[in-house]
Ligand binder design. Structure first.
Ligand SMILES: C[S@@+](CC[C@H](N)C(=O)[O-])C[C@H]1O[C@@H](n2cnc3c(N)ncnc32)[C@H](O)[C@@H]1O
Length: 416
């Protein structure tokens, strides 16, 4: 394992062996050019990819040295500044999507930004292979810069409300003796935006464009990440009896429910949410699913409207938005209407207990994102089980369906 060694020769061997293994199990070698995403699904390739990344991270720590590592983390927000400027100046939208290049003068004319500003931003971005300078003063897309357009709503969410909330996190925690307040209305976000509302209450009433963008951000993340775990992993729905109900609690504009209804022809989906996302989802629903996917306005903190036997209650990226007491409220409303044949499906990160360079980078970043925006967290398998038990002694984990990619999965729970 790469984390066990500080020997750069050994690391270099690990990288070279893992690269060979990786290349022999993926359909095509990775490229920096804009190209449709290739999802790595082969177990061996996934393992090799992790080994490569891990060994490269350790190699960089060793070769760069402690100063670059520590100070580098201190200035990592400069990357966000460069990305924010690219987003706000619409650089990606003004570079030809077909991979050909554009001159600096043309880019300045199209964006209305001075050449000098563009050059400064491009220096930071091209350092990370986001855009490429094809000849002096000429720029073209890489996969990374093309993704700024594909992921536009997510980049906006991250570089605007998340970025401006981040600096407040220390004050929020310091005032609570460094414990995270179990209140989603007293967050770094609520401090940055001077509101007593939680993120969702705020964006669905005081800042609707931000709310619309958030719904699209969730959709763009789903598209980029490959099929949701309910579609990729949860095989019991393949043999579900006709008319089986899947309630997608906090399902946003219905992007996951639509994919689930397409994959499992016997199920019908009810997408529950609050705010204008319900109407936006209804408006965007594909014609052929109109009889099988419906939208319902429902506040999961207040009640669960759908009961009866055999119902699947699906919560994807819902409980990680909420501190434990609110999670217990959400789960107990389900418990009130479910029976022993119903299932709760929690589709979330299942955080690895390991520390160090082989930790799960995505889960670690998401955990801090949840802290900043919601005073909530990503949870380990033990924390999921404890949360269920503390909601209701009868609520037990039936099975954990682990995703192939990274530390995500579905925690399936039932009433004992
Ligand atoms: C992180 S998003 C997840 C969306 C979707 N499940 C997915 O996986 O992409 C959280 C969702 O919870 C919804 N939500 C927030 N508070 C809610 C509440 N009190 N009742 C119902 N839905 C809520 C938001 O509108 C948003 O769609």
């Amino acid at each position: 394992m790469a984390t066990k060694t500080e020997d750069i020769n050994e690391l270099s061997n690990i990288i070279s062996t893992s690269v060979k293994t990786y290349l022999s199990h993926v359909p095509a070698p990775p490229t920096l050019r804009p190209a449709p995403p290739v999802f790595v699904t082969h177990e061996v390739a996934i393992q090799a990819k992790e080994e490569i990344l891990l060994a490269c991270r350790r190699m960089i720590s060793l070769v760069e040295g402690p100063f670059e590592t520590a100070v580098g983390m201190g200035v990592a927000f400069m990357d966000t500044i460069a990305m924010k400027l690219a987003y706000d100046m619409k650089l990606a939208q003004n570079v030809p999507p077909d991979g050909s290049s554009i001159s600096l003068a043309e880019l300045a004319a199209k964006t209305g930004a001075p050449e000098e500003t563009i050059v400064r931003v491009m220096r930071a971005l091209t350092l990370k292979d986001v855009f490429v300078e094809t000849a002096p003063g000429h720029f073209a897309h890489t996969g990374g810069s093309a993704d700024i357009t594909a992921m536009d709503p997510m980049i906006g969410h991250l570089t605007e409300e998340s970025f401006s909330s981040g600096p407040h996190v220390s004050d929020v925690l310091r005032e609570n003796n460094w414990a995270v307040p179990e209140d989603s209305r007293k967050t770094a976000f609520s401090r940055a935006y001077n509101t007593n509302k939680n993120y969702f209450e705020y964006v669905y009433s005081d800042n609707k464009p931000m709310g619309t963008r958030f719904g699209k951000a969730m959709q763009s993340m789903s598209n980029a990440g490959g099929p949701a775990n309910i579609v990729a992993l949860y095989t019991p729905l393949e043999s579900a009896p006709k008319g089986t109900t899947l309630v997608d609690i906090g399902g946003g504009i219905g992007h996951v429910a639509v994919a689930a209804a397409q994959k499992f022809p016997n199920i019908k989906c009810v997408v529950q949410d609050i705010g204008m996302v319900v109407g936006e989802g209804r408006d965007g629903l594909p014609e052929e699913l109109k009889g099988r996917v419906e939208f319902q306005e429902n506040d999961f903190l207040k009640e669960q409207l759908i009961g009866g036997p055999g119902v699947y209650y699906y919560l994807r990226h819902i409980l990680h938005d909420n501190p434990d007491p609110a999670c217990r409220d959400i789960l107990s409303h389900i418990v009130n209407v479910m029976d022993s044949s119903s299932r709760i499906l929690i589709d979330e990160s299942i955080v690895d207990e390991r520390m160090g360079p082989d930790g799960d980078k995505f889960a670690v970043i998401m955990d801090l994102q949840m802290l900043v925006m919601c005073n909530s967290k990503e949870r380990t398998e033990a924390q999921w089980a404890a949360l269920l038990k503390s909601t209701d002694e009868r609520l037990v984990v039936e099975k954990v369906w682990r995703g192939k990619r990274g530390g995500t999965g579905i925690v399936e729970a039932r009433l004992a």
